[in-house]
Design a protein around this ligand. Structure first.
Ligand SMILES: [Cu+2]
Length: 122
């Protein structure tokens, strides 16, 4: 039992040591807080290490979260998330990725589709 305690303490300190190696979002297109003139076909997420997108949602304003899929099965540093056609408004894209260190990292990104030149909504 004592060895189990030492092992879990070791695992904890290891987890702390790699904490800075999480799959952090480094760059996104459109950028967080960005304004785009037309509905983007996808969002490109660039992570600090290969990550596997396990879940992704988009929400317009205070509306319901819509699940996005299907998502790529492989992990990659760059992940393209397909978007449905978006009308003018403020959007929040949220996701969960699992990095190669097996840590789950949630993230979100806000962007605006401007009203001026956005495509007509059906
Ligand atoms: Cu990590």
């Amino acid at each position: 039992m004592k060895s189990m305690k030492i092992l879990s303490a070791l695992a904890l300190s290891l987890a702390t040591a790699v904490a800075t190696a999480h799959a952090h979002l480094q760059k996104a297109v459109p950028a967080d807080g960005g304004v785009v003139a037309a509905s983007p076909a996808n969002v490109m997420l660039s992570f600090s290490e290969p990550a596997h997108l396990t879940a992704c949602w988009i929400r317009k304003g205070d509306g319901p979260k819509l699940k996005i899929g299907p998502l790529a099965a492989q992990s990659a540093r760059q992940i393209s998330v397909p978007l449905p056609p978006l009308g003018p408004g403020n959007y929040v894209l949220s996701w969960r990725v699992i990095g190669d260190d097996s840590h789950i990292v949630p993230g979100e990104l806000r962007f605006t589709v401007s009203a001026a030149t956005a495509p007509k909504e059906q």
